[in-house]
Design a protein around this ligand. Structure first.
Ligand code: ZN
Length: 303
């Protein structure tokens, strides 16, 4: 009897040791702003991007996926995800799908904008009307996320049109882009938030799991960043990885400490988005207090 009790106690102690090993959190460290991958930059009319901003990891996707241009530059993580996405599209579809525009410099954006205003003026609009109409579809220099190398415009035929939404290609992208880390940036129902007209052709890379969180909450990027700022942290259970939970933080305090950091991105609003991943057991155990784990509850657990 005594021996059995000893065995039970030994087993319980082993279990306790194992459990404590599992729930001992990784050491928290102040995050490294030098590791900023800038994949979650919010760029819009309010949160502008510097004239000199140019990413240093641009990759030409024109040779890897059909394009209407001879060069089609995206930042390296976006380019890798984009070519995977197009390969997946081609595996299921025969209809042609091309890229039309990706990275643009500030100077190009500037020429593009003034060129569109001028062509509207030539068509008979006065300057103010031409300017306002251009602003609906074409970002002012410094407010275009094409300058980040994370955005790409897609086409079936070389034109950009609302009817892209109704094509096989447009429908496929809208359904599947999220799984590859892309989002539809300018949603038809959210033009009051984005201040840009619906653009069914414009896709933006934010990376996983952020694209899935944005999809599942029916957010645009403005809403995602606002939610993070308001709540400070949100959790996302990854359906592809049931043993882990993503925990995404927002902070503007670079001395704040975080554990299990996967990536860090500035958001262009003055803060950082810290992407961490914790084991499911850590996530669940944090919900309970450790005090609830009494010796009694341990001993009744199967050993
Ligand atoms: Zn675009």
């Amino acid at each position: 009897m005594l021996l059995t009790n000893w065995k039970n106690l030994a087993a319980a102690l082993c279990l306790l040791a194992g459990l404590l090993a599992v729930i001992t959190p990784a050491p928290a460290l102040a995050f490294d702003t030098a590791a900023d991958d800038e994949l979650l930059l919010l760029v819009n009319g309010i949160h502008r991007i510097d004239r000199a901003y140019q990413p240093d990891d641009l990759v030409d996707t024109a040779k890897k996926a059909p394009s209407k241009k001879s060069r089609m530059l995206l930042r390296e993580p976006a380019a890798a995800a984009y070519t995977d996405m197009i390969a997946a599209y081609q595996a299921e579809n025969k209809r042609p799908l091309y890229s039309l525009s990706a990275f643009r410099t500030y100077a190009y954006q500037s020429r593009l904008f003034s060129g569109k205003v001028a062509s509207r003026q030539r068509a008979g609009q006065n300057y103010l009307t031409a300017y306002r109409n251009t602003l609906q579809y074409t970002a002012l220099p410094g407010t275009s996320e094409h300058q980040t190398g994370l955005a790409i415009d897609m086409t079936t035929n070389g034109a950009l049109s609302d009817s892209f939404r109704d094509t096989t290609q447009g429908k496929w992208l809208l359904e599947n882009c999220w799984d590859f880390g892309f989002i539809l940036r300018y949603d038809e129902a959210k033009t009051d938030l984005t201040a840009i007209a619906y653009e069914p052709w414009h896709y933006r890379y934010v990376g996983l799991p952020h694209s899935l969180i944005i999809r599942d909450n029916d957010w645009v990027l403005e809403e995602y960043i606002a939610a993070l700022q308001e709540q400070g942290m949100l959790e996302y259970a990854d359906p592809q990885d049931t043993g882990s939970v993503w925990r995404i933080y927002w902070t503007d305090d670079t001395a704040q400490e975080f554990a299990d950091v996967q990536s860090v991105s500035s958001d262009n609003t003055g803060g950082y988005i810290i992407t961490t991943k914790v084991s499911l057991i850590d996530s669940l155990l944090n919900e309970w207090s450790l005090a609830a784990l009494t010796a009694d509850s341990l001993l009744v657990m199967p050993v």
